[in-house]
Design a protein around this ligand. Sequence first.
Ligand SMILES: Nc1ncnc2c1ncn2[C@@H]1O[C@H](COP(=O)(O)OP(=O)(O)OP(=O)(O)O)[C@@H](O)[C@H]1O
Ligand SMILES: [Mg+2]
Length: 183
Amino acid sequence: MSELLLSAKNLSVRFGGVLAVNNVSFDVKRGEVFTLIGPNGAGKTTVFNLISRIYTPSTGSIEFEGQQLTAQPAHRIASLGIARTFQNIELFEQATVLHNLLIGRHTHRSTGLWREMLFTGKVRAAEIQAREKVEQVIDFLDLQHHRDSLVAGLPYGVRKVVELDAPCAPNPSCCCWTSPRPA
Ligand SMILES: Nc1ncnc2c1ncn2[C@@H]1O[C@H](COP(=O)(O)OP(=O)(O)OP(=O)(O)O)[C@@H](O)[C@H]1O
Ligand SMILES: [Mg+2]
């Protein structure tokens, strides 16, 4: 298995007259915590939007686990093993922590609409597996105390942990975490 996980080469994006990202290259190794730091408007979020295929680069390429990400549609990105969070917390406010984490695992389900509606044995097994995985995540991040609380009532710090957890619960290889600068 290659040590290199993600490789961006000569990325540029132009929005009309604004050159939001100008010839950016970086490599992320497996197991590495890699951070983009820069002033407001430097283009950090745009780079995350390129990795998650919300935008297509004007020039350059992004390779993930040896595959060209630019050839993939946005809806395939999560199943390739890339998760992301947003600068503003994006959770289901009226659902519990447990349910938010369970929703985060749906990309790993291959059960289909009819099987889900009929709650077949395969669906039941997938549900049990999802719950076991989510319970491990709840224990690991010490969210036991909040597992049945509605997200809407939780303090910012706990919500941010849940938000990081929700997409990462499926065990992605790469997690893009966008965070505002601490006050
Ligand atoms: N969809 C868009 N259309 C037009 N301009 C955009 C778009 N997205 C980003 N930009 C511009 O691209 C530049 C980079 O923006 P971006 O949001 O990536 O910066 P950032 O480094 O994440 O900033 P911040 O620290 O404020 O979050 C800015 O000038 C922004 O106005
Ligand atoms: Mg930003």
